[in-house]
Design a protein around this ligand. Structure first.
Ligand SMILES: [Fe+2]
Ligand SMILES: [Fe+2]
Length: 228
């Protein structure tokens, strides 16, 4: 299997106060996640993917409404953002085959969804640029977390179980694919989200975006068809 290329060193340096707030907020959440989950990467993936699937749908909704009000073109943003939300949901559907959330984690998911959905919706209404920057930084952390998950697998601390069937269908993986192949594909998706969201934040700031620097995501099926 060809390993998708991911630039592991990519980091968008903050250039203004909003960027610094976005980065500080992300680092604070990272500290909470590290404290709560430690090295339980399967559980970490499930809980965080339930949150990761929110921003794309919120941003798509608000951009859709903006385009209706202003009767203007969306320049492909809405489809891209909805694809991101679906892609994150497929990450969740994959990892639920690998680990099972505890009852307490299910309560955390419920609470986090309420708080994060409403918080992100409000932030996007007030400052879409900051909202996309926050997601860009979240995705930088996701790339780091999945790199650490790969190390756990490679060093034998997490079993390299066969890839779930839903993941093989979604990413078109071979029948002998393993969890390691799945994590590589997921990490490449996160790198793509990282670059797209930083690019959207830049575009909203009036910065010219070099589209060639946006990481490609691995090819995958449309989610619900993969799950059928
Ligand atoms: Fe994800
Ligand atoms: Fe992501």
């Amino acid at each position: 299997m060809t390993v998708p290329f991911v630039d592991l060193t990519a980091h968008r340096s903050p250039v203004d106060l909003r960027d610094r707030v976005a980065l500080g907020f992300t680092k604070a959440l990272r500290f909470c996640a590290d404290t709560f989950f430690a090295k339980r990467y399967g559980h970490r993936a499930i809980v965080l993917e339930t949150v990761a699937a929110v921003p794309g749908m919120v941003a798509a909704t608000i951009q859709h409404l903006r385009c209706l009000r202003n009767m203007c073109d969306d320049r492909g943003w809405i489809r891209t953002l909805m694809d991101e939300a679906e892609n994150e949901r497929m990450h969740l559907m994959t990892f639920i085959e690998v680990a099972h959330p505890t009852r307490f984690e299910r309560m955390v998911i419920l609470l986090a969804q309420w708080v994060f959905y409403l918080g992100f919706f409000g932030l996007y209404l007030v400052s879409p640029k900051t909202a996309h920057r926050v997601v860009g930084y979240f995705e930088e952390e996701a790339v780091i977390s999945y790199t650490l998950y790969l190390r756990e697998i490679d060093e034998g601390r997490s079993p390299n179980v066969p890839a779930p069937e839903i993941a093989r269908r979604y990413w078109g993986l071979p029948v002998d694919a393993t969890l390691r192949d799945v994590v590589l594909a997921v990490r490449a998706d996160e790198a793509h989200h990282r670059d797209v969201n930083h690019a959207y934040a830049d575009e909203l700031s009036g910065i010219v975006v070099n589209a060639a620097r946006i990481a490609a995501s691995p090819p995958h099926a449309v989610g619900d068809r993969a799950a059928a």
